[in-house]
Design a protein around this ligand. Structure first.
Ligand SMILES: Nc1ncnc2c1ncn2[C@@H]1O[C@H](COP(=O)(O)OP(=O)(O)OP(=O)(O)O)[C@@H](O)[C@H]1O
Length: 266
């Protein structure tokens, strides 16, 4: 595994630039955290003739501090795997360990508690509250979950390069800026693990690279990051590339020297 999380490493992989570039030194440096272990994981939807084996016996280990990209065709089970890891969905069978906790078989209420404490989610279409400013979109997560500190919202927005836009509403922000707000929101509870489902899917190349750069920064600070995407080019930046086909792990590749976000193209 690469040592991208090493706080001593000189960072030459800046994936961002311009006036809104993240304040790189504002990022905290943490011990690697948020590792994942799946063993014999199955997720089945429906029954009888309509049964779908979305995950069909998945074994996977992602060390704390790793940056994983999950690839696979449409319907292969990528989102389901992300949701099982993040405690949005309960596995039908198997063991799911995340951030040192076994969450297999936990009730929906327990899983909600686990998510609040350990996981940050980033989605393709940002999912911001349109009537709240950038800062309020971050603060509301602290209010809703009771985890984290609302007063950190400006600091988190600065960390993703949006210090100057804290009082803007989503409609006043570009797609990439909205995605940065969404990332700051995901950080509000100080998660061990960041799970991103097609985080660049709605963005142009330049903006998408900036978002990947932000995710790399957060990974270097110690967080485990998992990105699900159709875009094979994004896999260049990962230290671990997982390919899922028909609910099964087709391959797990480790990359010694991942590229920086500038290398990604689509
Ligand atoms: N809530 C659900 N009820 C029934 N079937 C589901 C449900 N969620 C997912 N599936 C099915 O499980 C399989 C895996 O879906 P999943 O969304 O994980 O795939 P994916 O690889 O993320 O696809 P895409 O790249 O198109 O988003 C698909 O056949 C899908 O139709």
């Amino acid at each position: 595994m690469t040592g991208r999380h090493d706080a001593e490493t000189t960072d030459t992989r800046a994936g961002t630039g311009g006036a809104d570039a993240p304040h790189r030194h504002a990022a905290e440096h943490l011990a690697p955290r948020g590792g994942v272990r799946l063993a014999g994981v199955r997720k089945t939807y429906g029954a009888g003739d309509n049964v779908v084996h979305a995950l069909d016996g998945v074994d996977l280990e992602l060390p704390a501090g790793s940056f994983t990209v999950v690839l696979g065709p449409s319907g292969s089970g990528k989102t389901t795997m992300l949701n099982v890891v993040g405690g949005i969905e309960q596995a039908t069978a198997g063991t799911v360990e995340v951030a040192g906790q076994d969450i297999s078989g936990r009730s929906p209420v327990d899983l909600a508690g686990f998510r609040r404490e350990h996981v940050g989610f980033v989605f393709q279409f940002f999912n911001l509250v349109p009537t709240l400013t950038a800062r309020e979109n971050v603060e509301i997560i602290v209010e809703l979950t009771g985890v984290g500190q609302a007063k950190r919202a400006p600091e988190l927005l600065a960390q993703v390069g949006l210090a100057e836009r804290a009082d803007h509403f989503p409609a006043q922000l570009s797609g990439g800026q909205q995605q940065r707000v969404a990332i700051a929101r995901a950080l509000a509870t100080d998660p061990d693990l960041l799970l991103a489902d097609e985080p660049t899917g709605a963005l142009d190349l330049t903006t998408g690279r900036q978002i990947l750069g932000v995710l790399l920064d957060l990974n270097r600070a110690g967080r485990t990051v998992v990105v699900v995407t159709h875009n094979a080019s994004v896999a260049q930046i990962a230290d671990t590339v997982v390919t899922v086909v028909d609910g099964k792990i087709r391959s797990v590749e480790h990359q010694e020297s991942p590229a920086d976000a500038e290398a990604v193209s689509w």
